[in-house]
Design a binder for this molecule. Structure first.
Ligand SMILES: Cc1cc2nc3c(=O)[nH]c(=O)nc-3n(C[C@H](O)[C@H](O)[C@H](O)COP(=O)(O)OP(=O)(O)OC[C@H]3O[C@@H](n4cnc5c(N)ncnc54)[C@H](O)[C@@H]3O)c2cc1C
Length: 402
């Protein structure tokens, strides 16, 4: 779809313009398209961002993707993990958490392991089939609004006009900046590293499932299975990104995890900084924010992308009602509900997960593992815990917020 250029401020190109074709912008676009709402999507990248990022889809996210109608294709490419684990590396002791306990709370009582870029590509194709062609290579530089709509200035100074604008343009969001929203919070000192390898950790280590969070005397790490590859998430305790990703350092870690992994093929390495941030509001008039543009959290527990997809589903339902004539206050409710979940549930949970794993004291790790075992052995407490860690209770609490 070609951009209309230098249009007058009162005629809209589209009802909803989405900036950002990541998992959040594309989920919103597909939901709106299925509601028969006119939508356009632009992205500054030349294609879907295929860098290694999220790989876990939690049960309620899978319920939402089923509602979108694209779950079967995702399931075909992903790895179902019905039981995830916490494990102490040196002792090999572990505790299993069975998502089957959530069978009455979700239609998908498992985590689906699949790279986020596969979900994005699937949505780009599904949108094209509905006549919405995602416009790559188009960068937003500024957004200004008036009573009737939003004018988006693009790189090259072309403009685009929409009734509503969704900023799903990631952590450095230009749309958030254009609305002068503060992005307060913190950045953790130490860098983290995600690596991908065909080395099959579960064939060399006992009691490892497709999602296994590990304590060790050297530091925490996670082992995450995909259909053919594995990922290891490491916390090497260094500040800058390039030294965190040095091959020698990464190989020492692999050898520590299992000697046979020392020479394993490493197909990808992605060092990254961890943040905790949330905007004060997800709505400024006709400009709405979702996903990393509005909030960031530590990756522990795999909730960032999931939370963003939850934003997209909640926002599009509110927009649908507003476009059907209901009060715009529904969009403020969207902001209140999602801000509550992110700031009171998602960020504190991810940060507590990170803190719980941080100790290097093996005795303390074993004590914490024993606590987790007592929790897993108590069906009621375990179910409550799984409702929280699978992001279901936060969604339920948000529903009650007016
Ligand atoms: C290493 C790593 C591991 C992670 N693991 C997990 C996990 O296991 N589970 C989980 O839930 N989350 C995880 N996350 C978080 C997850 O990747 C993000 O939360 C998710 O990508 C957010 O999606 P988004 O669509 O909001 O933003 P993004 O995916 O960042 O997409 C934003 C899009 O906007 C485009 N864009 C940016 N600026 C502009 C502009 N000015 N004009 C036009 N387009 C623009 C970009 O090109 C990009 O395509 C991880 C993140 C990292 C870095």
């Amino acid at each position: 779809m070609q951009a209309k250029q230098n249009i007058g401020v009162n005629s809209s190109d589209t009802t909803v313009l989405i900036v950002g074709a990541g998992p959040v912008g594309l989920s919103a676009a597909f939901a709106l398209s299925k509601m028969n709402i006119d939508v356009q999507v632009i992205d500054s990248g030349l294609d879907v961002d295929s860098r290694m990022r999220a790989s876990t889809f939690h049960p309620p996210t899978l319920d939402m993707i089923e509602e979108l109608g694209v779950l079967d294709e995702l399931l075909a490419e992903g790895l179902k993990v019905p039981v995830w684990r916490m494990r102490q590396h040196e002792s090999g002791e572990s505790v299993a958490f069975d998502l089957g306990l959530l069978g009455d709370a979700t239609s998908h009582p498992y985590r689906l392991q699949i790279e986020q870029h596969r979900y994005c590509s699937l949505l780009v194709n599904a949108l094209a089939k509905r006549g919405v062609v995602v416009e790559f290579g188009v960068q937003a530089v500024d957004a200004q609004q008036d009573d009737s709509g939003v004018t988006l200035t693009l790189d090259g100074l072309d403009r685009r006009r929409a009734d509503w604008l969704i900023g799903a343009d990631g952590a450095s969001s230009q749309i958030r900046k254009s609305q002068n929203l503060d992005y307060g919070g913190k950045t953790y000192t130490h860098s983290s590293v995600l690596l991908a390898t065909p080395f099959q950790f579960d064939q060399y280590l006992e009691d490892v499932s497709g999602v296994t969070y590990c304590w060790s005397g050297r530091g925490p790490f996670s082992l995450l299975g995909l259909k053919s590859l594995w990922r290891a998430s490491l916390y090497p305790g260094v500040k800058d990104l390039s030294s965190a990703a040095e091959e020698e350092r990464v190989r020492e870690w692999l050898e520590f995890i299992h000697p046979a992994a020392a020479d394993a093929e490493i197909s990808d390495v992605n060092p990254y900084k961890v943040h905790e941030r949330c905007v004060d509001t997800f709505r400024v008039g006709r400009v709405l924010l979702a996903g990393d543009a509005a909030h960031l959290n530590p990756p522990n527990g795999g909730m960032g992308m999931n939370g963003g997809i939850h934003d997209a589903m909640s926002l599009t339902k509110a927009l649908q009602s507003v476009l059907a004539g209901e009060d715009e206050a529904l969009l403020d409710r969207y902001s209140r509900q999602r801000r509550y979940v992110i700031s009171q549930r998602l960020i504190p949970q991810a940060s507590a997960n990170r803190a719980r794993m941080a100790t290097l004291d093996i005795e303390l790790q074993l004590e914490r593992l024993a606590e987790q075992r007592r929790l897993a052995d108590d069906p009621k407490r375990c179910r409550d815990f799984l409702l929280k860690s699978s992001m279901i209770s936060g969604l339920r609490e948000a529903e009650a917020i007016e």
